[in-house]
Ligand binder design. Sequence first.
Ligand code: MG
Length: 322
Amino acid sequence: MALTRARYCLLGLAAGDALGMPAQTLSRERIKAEYGRITDFVAPYEGHPVSHGLAAGQVTDDTEQALLLARRLVADPRGFDEEGWARDLLAWEAEIRAKGLSDLLGPSSKAAIAALLEGTPPDRTGVNGTTNGAAMRIAPVGLSVPPEVDRLVARVVQTCRVTHNTGEAIAAASAVAMVVSCGVAGMDFNQALPRALEAASAGQKAGHPKGEPDMAGQIVRAVELAGQGEDALIEGIGTSVASRESVAYAFGLLSMGAPLWDRLVAAANAGDDTDTIGAIAGAMGGALGWSLPEAAVARLRAANALDLDGLAEPLIALQGVA
Ligand SMILES: [Mg+2]
């Protein structure tokens, strides 16, 4: 079951990312005007500020950076070379630029890597990074570590701190990684949520006290608002690149239950950071065993050259490495 759920996790991540791709950075009104309601993979409109040049069903930085992190974890099961990781991200961005695309590194990663290359020590480079870049690429950490709070949060900190060394970002990434880890261990959302909140509280203390001071509380609020429907969730939490909005929003969506596709469609139409919300919700939902329509998965695979299945197995195998 663990391997199936790990595969679903990476597929969910890619599907949510690709569904939200044409809508990213746009307001809900603009999304409606350009596409009506997004219910399937569509191409971005001509001249989209970030997604221009991508085709329907193609993924963005969320999936690509998650797989980049997955490869680094598999290549170095016990350690984590922060400078090597920063160079991975820079090399990835250079590739995107060379293709003539504009979906480059996010604000926290960009500033932190520039500081690192200028000689700032890695425990100082990420002290302003509160945005969702850590949470968007953290799923492979959840796949590779059992659902034990101390061990999981330590690994999250190790892989995030160079770019997102803040309470808000580490708490958010810890919560996402814990749901993924609980999912592949066979749990459902209600079993995973308290553990995710515990991981968020531990992660909150591990980072610099910047941004949202109570990420766990924000997730609880999102789950409560989700009970009043999607509009209440959007208005009460928000969908921006801030972890306290987009990551909490993804938890609210997840609390509405399967089918995962419907949750990812909601993310794609929610406005602002639609692709990252979809990626985070998709990774968590997939890990909880929620499958996607076969036809959508086939279209997703055809639109991208991603080694999702090839990475699921070695990531799960890392759980046996103490
Ligand atoms: Mg993206």
